[in-house]
Design a protein around this ligand. Structure first.
Ligand code: NAP
Length: 247
């Protein structure tokens, strides 16, 4: 029996660490990765070079990737991990390009919405029986409170959280074998944090605090976060406990 993973943002940071963790831990897996750059090469990994801001290209995504030909073994579990994300241009509203707002919302919010919809449509009960489905959305504490300079980013994660909460309710009503988690991963030592530290105090008032976190080695490693996310996929019933340890 094989687990089939779809992971966005596999070229760096959390997505890269998580994909490597899965590929080195499990033999019976197929991982379909999405990002603009490819960083992982492995027999059980297939890369799809995609720009997630190109929303129209995502419609019918699972049909386009030639899935049936490659699923030789019967799959017993499918996992969608909406991890790709962008901070967008940091700065106060009125001083950031409108195009950047659109792009940030497309990548962080609309793309995961469309992928969740396509995923649940593709792996429906009629075609795949009551297959176990897991959806993980990599979210952020920024989706729960306002942070100056991060307007589109905060709103993108808030929208993602609520959409997923609705899907969770719907799947419950339909008695589906689906688990959905929005995971706030904390402050993680990735390129995104590097971008935050490059901003000025005029753009983001707490930039010095984030620089101190890095100087004091207070950032979680992507590998640590990847292991926690993987534990949630493996044991969704232990989510609360694992989540506490992420904070
Ligand atoms: N680092 C933190 O402290 C932190 C905290 C809370 C939440 N998060 C969330 O964690 C997730 C992963 O971020 P990270 O910290 O690991 O940052 P990262 O190292 O910058 O990784 C971002 C990933 O998203 C992909 N991506 C960005 N734009 C894309 C696009 N247009 N199309 C396709 N893929 C795209 C990138 O791939 P390409 O550039 O190759 O396309 C890359 O693989 C994000 O959702 C982020 O919001 C991070």
């Amino acid at each position: 029996m094989t687990t089939l993973y779809f992971i966005t943002g596999t070229s760096s940071g959390i997505g890269y660490a998580l994909t490597n963790h899965i590929l080195s831990t499990e033999n019976n897996v197929l991982v379909e990765g999405v990002s603009r750059n490819q960083a992982i090469h492995h027999g059980n990994y297939k890369h799809h070079t995609f720009d997630l801001s190109e929303i129209d290209e995502l419609i019918g995504f699972f049909g386009k990737i030639d899935l049936e030909k490659r699923i030789k073994n019967k799959i017993d579990k499918v996992v969608l991990i909406n991890n790709a994300g962008t901070l967008g241009q940091v700065g106060h509203v009125g001083k950031i390009p409108s195009q950047d707002i659109v792009k940030t919302i497309n990548i962080n919010t609309i793309a995961p919405f469309v992928l969740m919809n396509e995923f649940l449509h593709t792996f429906d009960n009629q075609t795949f029986g009551n297959i176990e489905k897991v959806i993980i959305n990599v979210s952020s504490g920024a989706g729960k409170r306002p942070i100056d300079g991060w307007s589109a980013y905060c709103a993108s994660k808030a929208g993602l959280n609520l959409f997923a909460e609705v899907v969770k309710e719907e799947e419950k009503i339909l008695n589906q074998n689906t688990q959905i988690f929005n995971i706030s991963v904390g402050v993680v030592d990735t390129n995104m944090q590097g971008e935050i530290r490059k901003t000025t105090e005029n753009e983001f008032s707490s930039v010095e605090y984030f620089k101190e976190l890095k100087n004091n080695n207070q950032l979680a490693s992507p590998e640590f976060v990847a292991e926690k996310i993987y534990s949630i996929i493996e044991k969704p019933q232990d989510y609360e406990d694992i989540w506490q340890k992420l904070q």
